[in-house]
Design a protein around this ligand. Structure first.
Ligand code: EPZ
Length: 420
C-alpha cells in the first residue's frame, strides 16, 4: 500500500503547471460514444479516474488509443458490443453514470448500475433519470440497475431540482439527437459544463447557453468526431494556490484558469494572500499572516465544494475563527477528524464546521477518505511540525497527477513510499 510522507516546514517557492481538468475529460470521453470515428482529446493527465473510465469504454466495445507522452487519448465507438455499465466498474467511480446519456442518445438503450453512495454522501441520480423520462425514455430500476430504452427522443423543457453537474452533462449528451429542442433549466454552470457544450458543438451539435442556468439543445441527426484540448483543472490550481498561501510561499502557477476561480481568489485576498495575474498564470505570495474567513460552498460560480477541504486546512492555522458551511454534499467533513489528530481546533455542527486557528499543527499518521479530503491532509502536512504520513492515497491519485513530484519541485519535503 502506498503512502505519502511529508516533513513540514518548507516554503513553496518556484513554478508549477496545472494539468488538464479531470471533470472536463470524463464527460468528453463519454461524448465519444456518440460518434463512429476517432475523437481526439489532448492535455489528458495520467489519473486513476481517467483509467477507470477508459476501462468502462473498452468494456462496452469502444477502441481506445492512448499516448501518455503526448498526453492524448483517442476514442472510437465504431462497434458498441455492450450497453451495460456493470456494478463492479460503476461502484469505483460515480462519474460512470455519464455513459447513460450518450448510449441512449445514439442507441436508444442502456443498462447502468446505480452508483450507490460514497464517502461524501448518498449521491442519488434522480435528476438524471427525471430528465431522461421527460424526453421520452422508459426508465426502470431493478436489481440495482437503471434500465433505459426509448423509441423516440422528443425535445422538451426540463427543470432540474438541483443544478447537478453530471446531471446537466448527461442530459446534454442525451439531447443532442432528440427531435426538436431540449431546454435544460436550472442547469449547472461549471466551466466543465461549458467545455462539454463547446466540444459537442465542435462535433456538430447545436447547443447554446452553456455557462448560464438555461441550456438550449437543438437536436441534430449526426455528429462527427473532432479534436479537443482540455481546459486546465481549476481545482488542482486552487489546491496549489492554497498550499502556497499556507506555507508562506511564492509560486507562479502556470496556465492557471483564474477566470474560473473568482470566489476562491476573493476569499484568499480576504484572508490576506497576495494573488495576482502574471504572464499566462497566477502568482501567489503568502508572506502575510493568514486571517480567518467564512466559507459557504455553493454551485458554480459560488465557492466550490471541491475546494472546501483544502480551504479548511488553511483555516486551521489562520488567526481567528472561520465558519465553513457545506451546502452541496451532506457528508463532506471526513477530513475534520484527521485534521484534529494534527491538533486542529474544529467543531462540527450539522453542515457547519467552526475552525479556530492554532499556532502550529503537528505531524501524524493520517488516512485519506476521499479525493479532496486527501488533498487537505497533504496541505496540512506541508505546514505541520514533524512528519505526516497519509495512507490510502489512491484517493489522491484519482484527481491529482504526481502531486508529490509537483510539490517537491516547489521545495516541499515530500515523497511517496510503498509501506509494504
Ligand atoms: C460533480 O459531481 C463533480 N464530479 C464533483 O467532483 C463535484 O464535487 C460536484 O460535481 C459538485 O460540484 C464530476 O464532475 C465527475 P452533483 P456530481 O450531481 O455531478 C445531489 C471531484 O472532487 N444530487 O452536482 O456527481 C448530490 O447528492 C468530484 O472531482 C441529487 O440529489 O455532483 C449532491 O449533494 C467529487 N440528485 C449535489 O446534488 C441528482 O440526481 C451535487 O451533486 C444529482 C445530484
Amino acid at each position: 500500500m502506498e503512502k505519502i510522507v511529508i516533513e513540514g516546514g518548507n516554503r513553496l517557492i518556484g513554478e508549477v503547471s496545472v494539468s488538464g481538468a479531470k471533470n472536463a475529460i470524463l464527460p468528453l470521453m463519454a461524448a465519444s460514444i456518440l460518434v463512429d470515428g476517432w475523437n481526439v482529446i489532448r492535455n489528458v493527465p495520467s489519473l486513476r479516474d481517467i483509467k477507470t473510465f477508459r476501462d468502462l469504454l473498452l468494456h462496452i466495445g469502444c477502441e481506445v488509443d492512448e499516448d501518455p507522452e503526448e498526453k492524448t487519448i483517442r476514442i472510437r465507438a465504431h462497434e458498441i458490443t455492450s450497453f451495460e455499465a456493470p456494478y463492479e466498474m460503476v461502484k469505483t467511480m460515480r462519474a460512470s453514470i455519464l455513459v447513460l446519456g450518450p448510449l441512449v442518445s445514439r442507441f436508444r438503450r442502456a443498462r447502468v448500475s446505480l452508483p450507490g453512495g460514497c464517502a461524501i454522501g448518498t449521491r442519488p441520480v434522480d435528476v438524471h433519470l427525471m430528465g431522461l423520462k421527460k424526453i421520452g425514455c422508459d426508465v426502470t430500476l431493478e436489481h440495482g440497475y437503471i434500465n433505459v430504452k426509448a423509441d423516440r427522443l422528443i425535445g422538451t423543457r426540463i427543470y432540474l431540482d438541483i443544478p447537478s453537474v453530471t446531471g446537466t452533462e448527461n442530459l446534454m449528451l442525451a439531447g443532442v439527437h432528440a427531435e426538436g429542442v431540449t431546454v435544460i433549466e436550472n442547469a449547472a454552470m461549471e466551466p466543465e459544463v461549458v467545455f462539454l457544450a463547446e466540444s459537442l458543438n465542435r462535433m456538430g451539435a447545436q447547443i447554446r447557453g452553456a455557462g448560464t442556468d438555461t441550456i438550449t439543445i437543438e437536436g441534430v441527426r449526426e455528429l462527427h468526431p473532432a479534436e479537443h484540448t482540455v481546459i486546465p483543472d481549476r481545482i488542482e490550481a486552487g489546491t496549489f494556490m492554497i498550499a502556497t498561501a499556507m506555507t508562506r510561499g511564492n509560486v507562479l502557477i502556470k496556465n492557471c484558469p483564474l477566470e474560473y476561480l473568482d470566489s476562491l481568489n476573493l476569499k484568499l485576498k480576504e484572508a490576506g494572500v497576495d494573488v495576482r495575474a502574471e504572464n499566462s498564470g497566477v502568482r501567489v505570495i503568502g508572506d502575510y499572516p493568514l486571517r480567518s474567513v467564512d466559507i459557504k460552498t455553493l454551485p458554480y460560480p459560488g465557492f466550490p465544494t471541491d475546494m472546501q477541504a483544502q480551504m479548511m486546512a488553511m483555516m486551521t492555522i489562520s488567526s481567528g475563527l472561520s465558519v465553513i458551511t457545506e451546502t452541496v454534499f451532506e457528508n463532506r467533513f471526513m477530513h475534520v477528524g484527521e485534521l484534529k489528530r494534527m491538533g486542529a481546533d474544529i467543531i462540527i455542527n450539522g453542515n457547519c464546521a467552526i475552525v479556530k486557528g492554532v499556532e502550529r499543527l503537528s505531524g501524524a499518521p493520517l488516512m485519506a477518505t476521499d479525493l479532496r479530503a486527501s488533498a487537505s491532509l497533504v496541505l496540512a502536512g506541508l505546514v505541520a511540525d514533524g512528519v505526516t504520513e497519509v495512507s490510502r492515497i489512491y484517493h489522491l491519485d484519482r484527481g491529482y497527477e504526481n502531486i508529490e513530484k509537483k510539490l517537491s519541485g516547489l521545495g516541499a519535503r515530500i515523497k511517496r513510499i510503498n509501506s509494504e
